[in-house]
Design a binder for this molecule. Structure first.
Ligand code: HXC
Ligand code: NAP
Length: 283
């Protein structure tokens, strides 16, 4: 789909880059010539992921442990990557925390856990790196991974919905404010892409996993490579006029949820003959 040198020598930090979609994006970026830094809380997971990623794709993957809820740890992480590679070009704010729960069952600590990772963590990483880019008089790019309920909202994942909405507002706000520094801010809103992290917390039974599939008009989940290719496209220099945009990649899922008659896809074909006879009588 792309030139093999599309991201050649771009230094890319991926938060939560040791698992799931962060790792899949990282592997694609390595294929396209990028130099990676992956960061999250579990350093054993990061080390294993880095050696597997370089064994499979080549290139270099630097690892730094960091809890994105801790602003000082975030600054140290950004400094460590900058010192290691001599610069940073791109930040992927991908780390997240989430689980399904009726909201009235949540403690304030549960709310803080999700908002801390998703909203504060994204803000801290963006701020720490943005300050360095501005001080160095150079531009950069942030790509924030949100989801479609950032604008629709969703019950049962309310801290995540509130946090992702905040990340989308951050994306659009800084796309304007920091454009004159040459800093580009965009977002991707994925629909269902199976990962262990998400499925264990959001679809822990086969029935819930099937429900997730039923909402997608294309009747399939996303392939990690599809998301990774969209991210690579958005990061490329050739896409540098895209700023402040959020691109949805969900097989039509969120529009299905919004269409008042979308659920009619559950009717058997024979029912439509009867319904046609009934609705035609209405003239
Ligand atoms: C209710 C819960 C809970 C649950 C934790 N808590 N899990 N409450 N239901 N399932 C509560 C705890 O009881 C505690 O409150 C508080 O939350 C903090 O829990 P800890 O385990 O101490 O927190 P921590 O170790 O910081 O873990 C954070 C976490 C965890 C978010 C709770 O799940 C995690 O580490 N997640 C990271 C990976 C992840 O979530 N990946 C999925 C991303 S998918 P009390 O009061 O008891 O102290 C995604 C998809 C979006 O974002 C869109 C999909 C379409
Ligand atoms: P995942 O594998 O669980 O990814 C979450 C990552 O975040 C993990 O690597 C985790 O690593 C890291 N992380 C969690 N808390 C952290 C913290 N406090 N500090 C630093 N890192 C932390 O789940 P995923 O499905 O790939 O999700 C990736 C992104 O896609 C998320 O932003 C998610 O909201 C978004 N998304 C996913 C889907 C989907 O269907 N999968 C749909 C829409 C949006 P550690 O545990 O080592 O910290």
């Amino acid at each position: 789909m792309f030139r093999q040198d599309l991201l050649k020598d771009k230094v890319i930090i991926i938060t939560g880059g040791g698992s799931g979609l962060g790792r899949s994006m990282g592997e694609r970026f390595l294929e396209l010539g990028a130099k990676l830094a992956i960061t999250s809380r579990n350093t054993d997971k990061l080390t294993t992921a880095a050696s597997e990623m370089t064994a499979a794709k080549g290139g270099e993957v630097f690892t730094v442990g960091c809890d994105v809820r801790d602003p000082e740890a975030v600054e140290a992480m950004i400094d460590a990557v900058w010192d290691h590679y001599g610069t940073v070009d791109i930040l992927i704010n991908n780390a997240a925390g989430n689980f399904i729960s009726p909201t009235e069952r949540l403690s304030h600590r549960a709310v803080d856990a999700v908002l801390g990772i998703v909203l504060h963590g994204t803000f801290y990483c963006t701020l720490a790196l943005g300050k360095k880019w501005i001080a160095a008089g150079r531009g950069g790019q942030c790509l924030n991974i949100v989801t479609t309920y950032a604008w629709t909202g969703s019950g049962y994942v309310v801290p995540s919905a509130a946090a992702k909405a905040g990340v989308l507002a951050l994306t659009r706000s800084l796309a304007v404010e920091w454009a004159h520094h040459g800093i580009r801010m965009n977002a991707i809103a994925p629909g269902p892409f199976p990962t262990a992290g998400a499925w264990e917390r959001l679809a822990p039974t086969p029935e819930l996993a099937q429900e997730a599939l039923n909402r997608v008009p294309l009747k399939r989940v996303g392939e990690h490579s599809e998301l990774a290719n969209l991210a690579a496209y958005m990061l490329a220099d050739e896409a540098s006029y895209i700023n402040g945009e959020c691109i949805t990649i969900d097989g039509g899922e969120w529009l299905y949820g919004g269409g008042q008659f979308s659920q009619l896809d559950k009717l058997p074909a024979e029912a439509w003959d009867l319904l046609a006879a009934m609705t035609k009588r209405a003239k």
